[in-house]
Design a protein around this ligand. Sequence first.
Ligand code: CP
Length: 317
Amino acid sequence: MKHFLSVDDVSDPEALVNEALAYKKNPHRDRQLGSGKTLGMIFLNPSLRTRVSTQVAARNLGMEVIVFNIDKEGWQLEFADGTVMDGSTTEHVKEAAAVLGQYFDILSIRTFPALRNREEDYSEHVINQFVRYAGVPVVSLESATLHPLQSLADLVTIRELCDNGRRPRVVLTWAPHVRALPQAVPNSFVQWMNRWNKADLVITHPEGYELDPRYAGNAVVETNQDKALEGADFVYVKNWSSVKHYGQILSRDPSWMITTEKLKVTNHAKVMHCLPVRRNLVIADDVLDSDASVVVLQAGNRVWAAQAVLSEILRKL
Ligand code: CP
């Protein structure tokens, strides 16, 4: 693995899941692997889990970590080619990425979409410019359209809770939200699930919330949420904004919130969410405070997912 931007950078997702679970059992078994190496973590947007779990993972491998909130502490970056920089931007990504690449052995970056221009966001023009100019491996800490470290942790969680050889039924359900959110988590989850092919996936959402077909592939879509939930072993809850009417909120229908009542038709489903989650808007208290919720376990698995990815890259340096 050279870069880690999507599941397309992974030759064998199942092997990576197993690697993550092996690190969960023995976190310090490769503590010399990253000795003398530095991970740079560049944030253009906020983070709790990604920021801390990736630092823990890097340190478990013996790496040094430098975190840089470039949006608040760096110069304002320019990403367009050929711009006369006489406005608010001070430094071009061509220099910034190249300079940062001199300081780090692996550069990781979080960059959310603006949700104004679908073509621009889906071209991944920000993270791709870091890949182009940094000259070192780049790890996505969530880009405009994908969140691969989250998805790997999601697969690890499903495997950990369903290790009986049976193909679980996994339902990805849209839920309401007050803000327009990116599609990165659902895009990435569906893309990984399709490649992993160890579970039966159903996506449910209101009309107008169809995911981009390049990620959704041939995944089954059922717009009746109650029907989709029938027999589910896992219910992955997430809001996203519309792809078709790009970045817009088309529905705030509260009946899509996941409650204990809704889960009655499932197979005692475990409830997943990438976090942060808005209680009683996306998922009800009675679910999050019950044994059905695995959101904290899922967030804990972010460490092992990041450690598996960093170790793969370190072995190739
Ligand atoms: N799930 C996730 O990526 O959490 P953070 O945004 O807090 O990193």
